[in-house]
Design a protein around this ligand. Structure first.
Ligand SMILES: *Cc1c(COP(=O)(O)O)cnc(C)c1O
Length: 371
């Protein structure tokens, strides 16, 4: 089989999604399955639906379109603000989109009219992470304007934390979102079906036994695909962290000095990393690089130490690996979100969907996250 390849264990992803859907249902929180790191792969979308997610979401319209083409029978949500030049595609392939700009919402209204449809809308609120969102004080005015637009249905409000600045979801900011939902309903005389509290970073908060208030939806990607919550990069109890793994192939393995020699200038990707002279080591090169993954986010099996990468080469110290690697040997790596996203996006990495639960990574590989 060709390498590099991502091994995607659909049964493990199903288990992760089902477990989260069931745990959150206790607090009446529905799950929107986010397949953006999987580029909207229809096979994964179908598995998440089978596990009970309420709808599927992606951040780019292309990914929602590929779920459409793949015959995934789901309600589809676009979770990044629509690109103004793509509003017709958004109306055609997303039932709901997340928005913060009235210019875009007006264009969606016109596009929905042209298509003879009603487009659902979630207004995103800024609660401190400083990525997308309407400032809380401006939310009510925005909601009023949206309610006047034809072919647009205001479905609810949402927020997104812990993505840009690492602001954690907590009792305070979640209570602010709940009270914004209450005040908009009271002042605008409308019901908000969805109060979407956030992403995988909200799981600890949601499952902590705290009062979840009006929050009745979370949008989950990483926690389903990798079994981890992103705040502390911890494995979530009872979930598989090796539902997706990456297999790479050896193209060179030699005993070489650990230290470079010659005049040192810039390397291909900026400053060369400082290296300590440890004498000769077994250096092994895998045919995978920056163009395929984020090597800082790869979790190597015990005995393999990642030394660095360039566009097409991953260089490791395999001196302590239990197996004698030769040219053509394959090694399975775990991934963090960044490594997964890039590998999924690389046309050079094959994606292999499996129904069985074959290669399990050794426990020590899957527990930790990134260096
Ligand atoms: C990416 C994203 C998510 C999903 O985040 P995970 O950490 O993968 O669960 C949810 N909401 C928005 C707006 C996003 O951009």
């Amino acid at each position: 089989m060709s390498a590099p390849r991502l091994l995607i264990d659909l049964e493990k992803l199903h288990h992760n999604a089902l477990t989260l859907v069931q745990r959150l249902a206790v607090d009446s929180i529905s799950v929107t399955g986010v397949t953006k790191a999987a580029l909207g792969a229809p096979e994964i979308g179908k598995v998440l639906l089978r596990a009970g997610v309420e709808s599927l979401a992606g951040s780019r319209i292309e990914n929602l379109e590929s779920m459409c083409r793949g015959g995934v029978p789901a309600s589809r949500t676009l979770i990044r603000s629509p690109v103004l030049s793509q509003v017709d595609r958004v109306v055609a392939h997303a039932d709901v989109s997340f928005n913060t700009e009235l210019d875009t919402i007006s264009a969606l209204s016109l596009a929905a009219d042209r298509a003879g449809r009603t487009h659902g809308l979630i207004l995103m609120v800024e609660l401190g992470d400083l990525r997308e969102g309407i400032m809380p004080n401006d939310l009510e005015a925005a909601a009023r304007q949206v309610l006047h637009l034809p072919n647009i249905a205001l479905k609810g409000i949402g927020t997104n934390l812990a993505c840009r600045s690492g602001v954690s979801p907590d009792t305070n900011n979640m209570a602010v979102l709940s009270s914004l939902a209450d005040s908009i309903e009271a002042s605008c005389g409308t019901m908000l079906d969805i109060v979407s509290g956030g992403n995988s970073a909200n799981i600890q908060w949601a499952l902590s036994g705290t009062d979840t208030g009006r929050i009745n939806n979370l949008r989950l990607g990483e926690s389903i695909l990798l079994g981890r919550e992103p705040l502390q990069c911890q494995a979530i109890d009872g979930l598989h962290t090796d539902g997706i793994t990456l297999v790479a192939e050896v193209i060179e393995t030699k005993v070489k000095p650990s230290h470079p020699w010659g005049e040192i200038a810039q390397a291909a990707f900026g400053e060369p990393l400082p290296s300590i002279d440890r004498g000769d080591i077994r250096k092994t090169i895998f045919a995978i690089g920056h163009q395929d993954t984020d090597h800082y986010g790869l979790l190597a099996p015990q005995g393999i130490k990642i030394l660095g990468a360039s566009s097409d080469h991953l260089i490791v110290d395999s001196s302590r690996y239990h197996e004698n690697l030769t040219v053509g040997s394959e090694v399975t790596f775990g991934l963090n979100y960044s490594a997964l996203l890039r590998a999924m996006t690389s046309p050079f990495v094959a994606k292999v969907m499996m129904k069985s639960s074959t290669p399990r990574l050794p426990a020590e590989t899957v527990q930790s996250c990134r260096a």
